[in-house]
Design a protein around this ligand. Structure first.
Ligand code: G3P
Length: 218
């Protein structure tokens, strides 16, 4: 499973990249706003800075919600860097735009997906990635992981090449279960990735090893 980091924070992206396990980055307008990035030029410069830090795909979300606007914005975003993937919301004009981009070899990430039907439409439009939001479904008493399993089953039935990019991943069990189900990618904050490192037996085992070594070696 590929690991993407879900942030626009450059130091977190660099830390994940330096760990040697990072396959890409996802951003969204809220994450850009959280970093205080405003104005088109600054936003585009920030995307470029992210692209310069990583080797994998970088999702940059369009703000436009009409077909013409999405196309114009997407075509501009991909001029920033070859790593840019145009992130498009799951709306009617978004699906049309994904088909347009797909036909022109432009990578897309269909975002704000909350149902299997939406994921099916994204695949049919040829999206490179589909982003079902697990945590936000859990928040409303639905089962986000169940949706990942459903999409996996549907895509396997028909051999759709759209990659399942589990998003709104909030904790390590989300990550692990996504891997068990067979999601292609999971995107999450750095803290979720680094939490995978932790186990009390690793910590106590290491402490004992080092103490025993010290007893003999001083
Ligand atoms: O990738 C989508 C993600 O940014 C949403 O996460 O935690 O705001 O639901 P969250």
């Amino acid at each position: 499973m590929k690991f993407f980091i879900d942030t626009a924070n450059l130091s977190e992206i660099k830390e994940a990249q330096d760990l040697g396990i990072l396959d890409g980055v996802t951003t969204n307008p809220s994450l850009m706003a959280k970093e205080g990035i405003k104005g088109k030029d600054n936003v585009y410069r920030h995307y470029k800075a992210i692209c310069d830090l990583v080797t994998g795909d970088v999702s940059a979300e369009v703000i436009a919600t009409d077909y013409k606007g999405i196309i114009e914005e997407g075509e501009e975003l991909v001029t920033i860097d070859s790593k840019i993937v145009v992130k498009v919301p799951m709306i009617k004009d978004g699906v049309k735009a994904i088909r347009y981009f797909t036909d022109r070899g432009i990578k897309t990430n269909c975002t704000l997906v909350f149902s299997a039907g939406q994921a099916l439409l994204a695949a049919k439009a040829g999206a490179t990635y589909v982003s079902p939001f697990i945590g936000r479904l859990d928040d409303i008493g639905s089962d986000g992981l169940e949706l990942i399993a459903q999409i996996k089953n549907i895509y396997d039935n028909y051999g759709y090449t759209t990659e399942i990019l589990a998003a709104s991943v909030r904790h390590t069990m989300h990550l692990i279960e996504c891997a068990e189900i067979g999601a292609d990618v999971a995107t999450c904050p750095l803290s979720v990735i680094t939490s995978l490192l932790k186990h009390p037996l690793t910590a106590s085992g290491l402490e004992t090893f080092l103490a025993d070594h010290k007893k003999v070696n001083g």
